[in-house]
Design a protein around this ligand. Structure first.
Ligand code: FA5
Length: 354
């Protein structure tokens, strides 16, 4: 056994001398230390050795194994140090005298709350989707059962591009049609319900005040399957709000009109800035409109290719359009929505996620 180990040691040392990077080191480690490696072969040979020599042979193998392992550890440190040196040499502008504690940036509060919500919805099986900021009239309005000259368009006056038919999306609902077309086939082929949230920046030609901006964020969500009802909608809204605020918040559900849902609701949250007494953040009403929602209108499901003319109620679903910027106001106690777009680093860098 002694001789065999010595031969192996020589082989190991000569191969190790050639190694200069991590991947080659790992290859060598496997060829010696893995279950099919050279040291394991030695262990197998132990069974053929006479009993009175077994103990000594076992100790020799173990000592060799430890020796090999420590050489690997040393080499790993050596390779890392070399890589760092090469990097420093390559960075010509490296200045050792620079202070090490450079100020770091922070995430915008809307990004923080958006990510938090994405995590919450992902944990409930929702896909997170992205969508364009420039959309066409069909996606923003027509596919949502808002034909040309419908009065509901007045509430969502937005900015139109000089390119015909192109506009800045006034709500995240503009992505509903795209989501239905993307996930509809899977719903029909394998029965996988459509569950998706899609956050995004929205634009409106709006009179700006403490709770209205012309550029703000929403997060839309849809769930479509057979037999989806208002109970499903209420369950998801409650779960989401209790996770975000980590405490009971007072909400109210009242009827709301949106041409793309039937029935439609307004979900309001009691203002967390004034506790419901009334302040500029809630337009002195004590309540803040946060998350309109409802059961998706049959025409919208038809536009999305989910239901057909012959079977217009095969699938049902709910949709909601959460005001992300307003949610951030409530979560972080920001009294004026304009703070979010002003770009004041002192104001924006105070927030952290939970
Ligand atoms: C809509 O935008 C609908 N698309 C929402 C919807 C989706 C209804 C799905 C039903 C089903 P609304 O215009 O109310 O609805 O806006 C939704 C939320 O966005 C509001 O509750 C509010 O929180 C926020 N929001 C709307 N306008 C502004 C604004 N100018 N500034 C800041 N937040 C706004």
């Amino acid at each position: 056994m002694k001789e065999k180990i010595e031969v192996l040691r020589q082989k190991f040392q000569s191969q190790m001398a050639e190694v200069s990077d991590d991947s080659r080191l790992e290859e060598l480690r496997l060829s010696f230390m893995s279950k099919k490696g050279a040291i394991q072969d030695l262990m197998k040979e132990l069974s053929q050795i006479p009993n009175d020599q077994k103990k000594e042979a076992g100790q020799l193998i173990n000592a060799f194994k430890q020796e090999v392992q420590s050489k690997f550890d040393e080499k790993k440190v050596e390779i890392a140090a070399l890589a760092e040196k090469l990097l420093l040499d390559a960075t010509e502008s490296y200045d050792e005298s620079m202070p090490s504690a450079c100020p770091t940036g922070s995430y915008h509060p809307i990004t923080l709350i958006q990510r938090e919500l994405e995590d919450i919805f992902e944990s409930m099986g929702f896909d997170v989707e992205d969508y364009n900021e420039i959309v066409d009239d069909y996606h923003c309005f027509e596919a949502l059962n808002i034909p040309k000259f419908h009065p509901a368009r007045d509430m969502q006056d937005t900015y139109y591009l000089s390119t015909p038919n192109q506009l800045l999306k006034s709500h995240t609902s503009a992505a509903q049609n795209h989501i239905m077309k993307k996930y509809g086939p899977k719903l029909k082929e394998s029965g996988r319900p459509i569950r998706a949230v899609f956050p995004g920046r929205c634009f409106r030609n709006e009179a700006i005040d403490a709770c209205h901006e012309n550029t703000f964020f929403q997060m839309e969500g849809v769930m479509i399957d057979k037999d989806i009802s208002i109970s499903n909608l209420i369950y998801f809204m409650k779960t989401m709000l209790s996770e975000v605020f980590e405490k009971d918040v007072t909400v109210r559900l009242r009827p709301g009109f949106f041409p793309f849902v039937e029935p439609g609701f307004e979900l309001d949250i009691q203002c967390l800035i004034c506790g419901g007494d009334g302040c500029p953040s809630c337009k002195n009403s004590g309540w803040l409109e946060l998350c309109p929602c409802g059961m998706i209108h049959p025409n919208v499901l038809k536009h999305g290719g989910i239901n057909t003319e012959e079977n217009p109620f095969e699938y049902t679903g709910f949709a909601f359009g959460l005001g992300l910027t307003r949610l951030a106001m409530m979560k972080y106690g920001v009294k004026d929505i304009r703070v979010f777009n002003e770009g004041d680093i002192n104001a924006l860098s105070q927030f952290t996620s939970k």
